[in-house]
Design a binder for this molecule. Structure first.
Ligand SMILES: [Fe+2]
Ligand SMILES: [Fe+2]
Length: 173
């Protein structure tokens, strides 16, 4: 496997792993605030990021490369407000999108069209995740701290968690 491409995917593995931990910390914070629907949503987001990581690990290994399992820094444990949580989540997704775009660039520079094709799945995924984060953030801003609004928001977010736990044994190709 092309060394530069492999390095870039290993970097991406580290980013997906830290996303998973970041959202896990947010989920745990929300649970402690009594926002059980939001917690459920964020726990599911954390699982999704782990799946993104696994998919990359398996891709490298199946192509005869060597995936590296990264060290993960401790995420924050305090988030101040629900609005702050989703602001940070959106900011984080934007950074991940930039990193995916960089990976796409490297694939093209190295003429690795197989990986380029594989990475397109992540390009669409980022589009969806950014849109979803923006949508949630807009709702929180509309509610503007109203208690009844918050209660309904939390309940709606719980309902939005679709139980489509990704099949981790497959790379989705
Ligand atoms: Fe991800
Ligand atoms: Fe994500």
């Amino acid at each position: 496997m092309n060394t530069r491409v492999q390095e870039a995917i290993n970097d991406q593995i580290a980013k997906e792993a830290s996303s998973s931990y970041y959202y896990l910390a947010m989920a745990s914070w929300a649970e402690n605030q009594g926002l059980n629907g939001t917690a459920k949503f964020l726990y599911a987001q954390s699982d999704e990021e782990r799946f993104h990581m696994l998919k990359l690990i398996k891709f490298i290994n199946e192509r005869g490369g060597k995936a590296l399992i990264p060290t993960i820094a401790q995420p924050p444990s305090e988030f101040n407000s629900l609005e702050k949580v989703f602001e940070l989540l959106l900011e984080h997704e934007i950074l991940v999108t930039q990193s995916i775009n960089n990976l796409v660039d490297i694939c093209l520079q190295e003429k690795d069209y197989t990986t380029h094709n594989f990475v397109q799945w992540y390009v669409s995924e980022q589009l969806e995740e950014e849109a979803s984060a923006r949508n949630i953030l807009d709702k929180i801003k509309l509610i503007d701290g109203d208690k009844d609004g918050m209660y309904m928001f939390d309940r709606d977010l719980e309902k939005s968690v679709v139980l489509t736990t990704p099949d981790e044994s497959s790379t989705g190709n």
